[in-house]
Design a protein around this ligand. Structure first.
Ligand SMILES: [Zn+2]
Length: 102
């Protein structure tokens, strides 16, 4: 079996290195809007987070996005992202499960 190089990224919350596809990307667009990027293709400065809400909570608590995105992220933004995160979590897991044997 051929070994493929798996791109690794660090989760900004737990600091673990993980394959890019098992992480959720948070992106700050050039106009300063912070959002979840499931496609991984949005332009802007990105931060990666494990696809689990425990890591989101950790990031929120430690304000990890502020550091990773080099911007002050309002608590309301964290709240909004958390709602989005919970919403995409299942979708993201389902997509990951399909790719597991790829
Ligand atoms: Zn993590």
């Amino acid at each position: 079996m051929k070994q493929r190089k798996v791109p690794l990224r660090k989760c900004v919350a737990c600091q673990e290195m993980k394959p890019k596809r098992s992480l959720i990307r948070i992106v700050r667009s050039p106009d300063g809007e912070v959002s979840i990027d499931l496609t991984g293709k949005k332009s802007g400065r990105g931060a990666y987070l494990c696809g689990q809400s425990s890591c989101f909570k950790l990031a929120k608590k430690s304000k990890a996005f502020d550091r990773a995105l080099a911007v002050a992220v309002d608590p309301e933004i964290y709240d909004r992202l958390e709602q989005d995160f919970i919403r995409v979590e299942d979708e993201f897991r389902a997509a990951g499960a399909r790719e597991d044997d790829a």
